[in-house]
Every structure is written in C-alpha cells, then in structure tokens.
Design a protein around this ligand. Structure first.
Ligand code: SF4
Ligand code: SF4
Length: 417
C-alpha cells in the first residue's frame, strides 16, 4: 500500500512525559448571582460523550485522554443521573458512555437504564476486556442501544499498542462475538498509526467475518499519551491510500457492513467537504461555542467541546456543583474559545481560509505548543497563492462514509445522511 519500513518498532516501556500544561486549567466558577443576559439563545444539546471514569484496566500507548493518570474522583452516580435529566431537558438525543474503561463502574447499568428510559440513544465505548456475556445481555435488556469495541489490529499489533497482555485480544474479540450474538448493534473501531497500518485491511476482513454491523477507522493523532507516538502518525498520502484500500476491500465484503473513517484532509482533486452543511463535532474550531450540538463531560465534571482540549486545554465549566444549563449559558457569554477560531501565521493571509476552516488548533498546539499557529498538517507553502494546495487539513474528527461518500460531523451523521 505504501513505502515504509515493515519492522514493528518496540513499544516504549514507560509512558511519555507529562507535558507542562497537563491538567493545569480549572473551569471558570459560575458566579453565585449569575443570570443569563436577556436575549441569550436557548441551549440545545444533541450528543454527549460522558467519560464516566478515567480509570482503565490497560494503558494504551496512544490513549487520547491519558486514562489512568488522573487523581480526581469520578462523578458520583447521583450527579450523573441528575446530569442526564438536565441534558434531556435541553434536548439530548445521544449519550455515549466512555472513559477510561466505562465498564469498570458497576453502576453503569443504572446510568444506561436511566438514559434509555428517557428515550435517549445510548452507546458504550469499551476495550471489551471486562465484559461477560451475561453483563452484555443485562446492558442490552436495560436499553443499551450500541456497543463500540476498540480493536486496533490482529493479535500482535493490537496487544503491543494497547498493552493488553496475554489473551487480551482474544477476550476483546469474544466480547465482539457475544455482542453480535446477543443482537446488540456492534461497531468495531480501530485507530491507525504507522505501527498497525498494515493490519487495518486484514482487521476489516475479520470484522466482516465476525458479523459486526460497523467498522470504523480513526486517524491516530499525537494526542494525550499518543504524544509519545508523534513519529508514528500516518502522513496524509498514506491515510488517503488507506481510505482507498478500505473502500476497495469493503466493496468485496458484506454490503451491510457499514464503513466509516475520519476524513483528515480536503484534497484538491477530491470531493468538496462542505462544512456548512454538517453539524456538531468535526466541523472545526469555527463552530466551537456557536452551539452545543456536542459536549464532553470529563469524569471529574469538567466540560469541553473538543477532545483535543481535554488534557491540556481550558474547560468551559464544571457540573460538579453547578447546574448544567446555567454553566453552558455562562460559557457562551464568556466565549473562552472564541480566540481559537482564528489562527494566525499563514492562515491570516490565506485565500483558502474559508473552505479550509484554518485547520485544527489542537494539532497546532501539539506540534508547536501554540494553539493559534497554523496547523502543522497544512500543505500550502505560499498563503497568498490562489492555486489550491494538494490538500489542506480538516478538523480531524470529521467523518466520511466509505461506502456512500457522505461526510458528517459525527459518524452517525456520515452513516445516516
Ligand atoms: S490552507 Fe493552510 S494556510 Fe490556508 S487556511 Fe488552511 S491551514 Fe491555514
Ligand atoms: S479542528 Fe481540532 S481543535 Fe478544532 S474542533 Fe476540530 S479537533 Fe478540536
């Protein structure tokens, strides 16, 4: 598929050093006398990623949120239940339980049941190692809608990347099989780096044979613990080749196997990604704080709008001891993220800033220690040039339906539009 060394590098034995800004930011406290200013538009929530714990049974080399390295207490069950009620009142439709490893919490069933009883679509995102068949059946009976299980390759590469030990891969695959057999909508998701690049297509075949409903591939970034894998990040051309390989292989497999990948880049000779027709996460920094289509709740109650801010960026608020709606209203008024919407450097002079959206502030920070620098993935040498560069960088979270070509701010939008 591409020109690169085929030797499998050894995983480093210790996690990458913690960067100076890690966990430094505290959420702005809600003033006790806060009243939203007249005319502030209504808050609408569509989708929430609820990190129910930052504890994890394994230590993946690329964990985007550095699970296992936090000292805080997880939100208690009663606050999570009240949060769900508050979010439902604001229109919540989709709730994802993740972490860390969400199945570590034995009150996960209560959360799932409460959300599903309110008509919210639910999903757990799990490494699948701790789930028994009985527990999967129980979760299903309590209203769990979907399960998304992380598998990053065949046995050796998955085990190395995820440090999942002897038989960890087998246990994860057994969970995939159990979930499918129990009739749960099952998605297998891989994150691709140099190390497991060659495993993605064989894994796709395996997922097809297992009977899963969906296979997704994320373009691994150097986020969180993944900062130690900065040399392992796949180049734009390699990513494009992998997208094509998945598309071509997928055409030979079960047509009902849904395929979704992160898009990564807008190619000069590729289809136009019209971000104005998309919504929610994945549409780029420009939409942060324009709405709350998507919200992240970290397990200590801190709120974010993008995973790239979760370890080293500013939370927009907290729900530990503050009501959700007023906290979101106050964040709208403070607009802490607003400066992030305009990158400096080359982007200021660039004639493609509109369609490009100025790339990703998170990538700029990870590579240049400055949120406002030009995205390091930008291929444009001369910003004033009218000619389109071979590609420009998109919000890395934007998704692409491999079978239909549809784009989406989220996988669901790409798959269902
Ligand atoms: S193409 Fe490059 S310079 Fe132009 S707006 Fe995008 S990231 Fe900035
Ligand atoms: S472009 Fe980057 S920082 Fe901006 S919303 Fe997307 S992932 Fe987050």
């Amino acid at each position: 598929m591409r020109d690169r060394p085929t030797l499998l590098p050894m995983a480093s034995s210790s996690p990458p050093p913690v960067r100076p800004g890690l966990y430094r930011f505290q959420p702005p406290p809600l003033p006790t006398d806060y009243r939203p200013r007249p005319g502030l538009r209504n808050i609408r929530l569509h989708e929430v990623d609820l990190y129910v714990t930052m504890k994890c049974n394994i230590r993946c080399d690329f964990c985007s949120v550095r699970a296992g390295e936090y000292g805080h207490h997880d939100l208690p069950l009663d606050r999570i239940i009240r949060f769900i009620d508050e979010a439902v009142a604001l229109g919540l439709e989709e709730l994802h339980f993740l972490g860390g490893e969400p199945t570590i919490r034995d009150d996960l069933e209560t959360m799932v049941h409460h959300a599903s009883s309110k008509g919210v679509s639910t999903r757990i995102i799990t490494n699948g190692m701790l789930l028994t068949r009985d527990r999967i059946a129980r979760l299903r009976d309590l209203g769990l809608g979907e399960i998304m299980i992380s598998v990053d390759g065949l046995r050796d590469r998955h085990t190395q990347l995820r440090r999942s030990g002897a038989h960890g891969w087998e246990k994860t695959l057994r969970t995939v099989e159990d979930a499918i057999a129990l009739g749960l909508w099952t998605r297998v998701s891989a994150t691709a780096y140099q190390r497991n690049y060659d495993d993605v297509v064989p894994l796709l075949r395996l997922v097809n044979d297992l009977g899963a409903h969906c296979f997704s591939v994320f373009l691994g970034s150097p986020l969180g613990r993944g900062h130690g894998m900065i040399d392992d990040v796949i180049s734009p051309y390699q990513w494009r080749a992998l997208q094509e390989a998945v598309r071509d292989e997928g055409a030979k497999l079960r047509p009902d196997l849904e395929l979704v990948m992160e898009q990564g880049f807008q190619w000069a000779d590729g289809p136009v990604v019209d971000r104005s027709t998309l919504k929610g996460r994945g549409t780029g920094c420009n939409t942060l704080l324009e709405d709350y289509d998507y919200l992240i709740v970290r397990s200590d109650g801190h709120l974010y709008q993008c995973v790239f801010f979760m370890t080293e960026g500013q939370p927009i608020g907290t729900i530990v001891d503050q009501p959700l709606e007023a906290t979101l209203q106050y964040a709208l008024e403070r607009a802490d993220y607003q400066p992030f919407t305009v990158a400096n450097d080359k982007c200021c002079d660039c004639s493609h800033a509109g369609p490009c959206g100025t790339g990703c502030r998170g990538y700029a920070y990870l590579y240049k220690n400055d949120w406002l620098k030009t995205d390091p993935r930008c291929s444009k040498a001369e910003p004033r040039a009218e000619e389109a560069p071979p590609y420009f960088p998109l919000c890395p979270i934007l998704k692409h339906n491999v079978r239909t070509g549809a784009f989406g701010g989220s996988s669901e939008q790409a798959l269902r539009s």
